[in-house]
Design a protein around this ligand. Structure first.
Ligand code: ADP
Ligand code: MG
Length: 357
């Protein structure tokens, strides 16, 4: 009898000890919150540190950036649009100013492949909205004539901007989420989150440290022609790095067998037809979110050949994966530049899976 009771007690004691040890030593379950912000499903996940504060502050931050980068009444972008061509400088928030400053730098570097003044064209096509349509030649020419990064002026001293021609407008869709990723990274760091994951709709991601399994986070790269957003072509292992993807599958409509998507070639005012279906970029560092977001859009517009050459000559620390299609077969091509050795492996491993029927 006694022996049985002792055994049971011992069993309970061992169970309690193991539970305490596993909580103290191992990773607890990550804290995860999901919300719809910035027009997409946002997931913030923290494994350690001040998890609750990090996530709540992160969500509040995203809401603020969403409002700042919007075209809503009273927003900076609306004020700039209303003042376009009247010569007046418009004082804008430091965040929007910073996004515009970075955008202008990249517009110059990419010869206008990346250009936030693409707004009139984005509006005219309305891709992703219920009024999406293929515009007529005349209205397209008109909209296109109002595009051009040289016609956006910035004044750092007064954090002001102006659009020099009436009819101009800005769109921050290709940079805002990446910029927000960098802000989230700072917030998580402040709250000592060493392991975690932030994902803005799956297209802009930052992975901190490792997953609760003690391994790099596994990031799925979307199948560009699957209806199911969770069907992956490949999985990239990611640790302390940002990953961004842009593709013609995100927002589009089809007319007469042609797919019209939301990534524009600013020079022609039409969806870029570069032969690329999707681009994924990974990078590390304080501005990796902004960098990867800008690069995916840029490389998509340039296409594989020009994009690879641009990346290789730029010396930027980043690694990219181009997805192209040849009949029913998809091809992956990886390209790297600068000092991104860890990042090189992330995408070269993926690129070795090369084909998918
Ligand atoms: P997503 O927002 O789906 O992740 P992107 O980062 O590629 O995709 O951004 C696409 C958005 O950026 C479009 O909705 C449009 O507003 C804007 N955009 C499209 N083409 C360009 C371009 N060449 N330069 C700058 N912004 C662009
Ligand atoms: Mg982008």
């Amino acid at each position: 009898r006694r022996c049985i009771i002792m055994k049971r007690l011992l069993g309970i004691l061992i169970f309690i000890t193991i539970t305490i040890l596993s909580i103290a030593c191992g990773h607890p379950d990550p804290l995860t919150k999901t919300a719809v912000v910035m027009d997409t499903v946002v997931t913030l996940e923290a494994v350690d540190g001040e998890r609750e504060q990090a996530i709540d502050e992160g969500m509040a931050y995203l809401q603020r950036i969403d409002a700042l980068a919007s075209q809503n009444e009273g927003s900076d972008l609306e004020a700039l649009r209303l003042a376009a061509g009247n010569g007046a400088w418009v004082e804008i928030s430091p965040e929007v100013f910073e996004m515009l400053e970075i955008s202008q730098e990249w517009a110059a570097k990419t010869d206008g492949a990346f250009d936030v003044t693409v707004g009139p064209v984005v509006w005219l096509w309305g891709i992703g909205t219920e009024y999406a349509k293929v515009p007529g030649e005349a209205e397209l020419a008109e909209a296109r004539s109002h595009v051009g990064w040289q016609k956006l002026e910035l004044d750092k001293e007064t954090t002001s901007a102006r659009l020099t021609e009436p009819g101009m407008r800005l769109h921050l869709g290709a940079i805002a989420k990446g910029y927000a990723i960098d802000g989230l990274r700072a917030i998580f760091a402040k709250h000592h989150v060493k392991n975690g994951l932030v994902s803005l709709g799956g297209s802009s991601i930052y992975a901190f440290g490792e997953s609760p399994k003690g391994k790099p986070w596994r990031i799925g790269i979307r199948h560009p022609r699957s209806e199911d957003a969770k069907e992956y072509l490949a999985v990239a292992p990611l640790s302390d790095a940002a990953l961004s993807s842009s593709g013609d599958y995100e927002r589009y409509f089809e007319q007469d067998g042609v797919r019209y998507h939301h990534i524009f070639n600013p020079a022609i005012g039409r969806p870029a037809t570069s032969g690329v279906l999707g681009v994924t970029v990974v990078a590390q560092g304080d501005h990796a979110g902004t960098l990867t977001d800008i690069l995916t859009t840029t490389l998509f517009v340039m296409g594989e050949e020009k994009g690879k050459a641009f990346l290789e000559n730029s010396g930027i620390d980043a690694s990219a994966l181009f997805i192209t299609q040849d009949g029913s077969t998809f091809h992956f091509t990886a390209a790297q530049s600068g000092n991104a050795p860890a990042m090189r492996d992330v995408l070269t491993d993926v690129s070795q899976t090369v084909e998918w029927k």
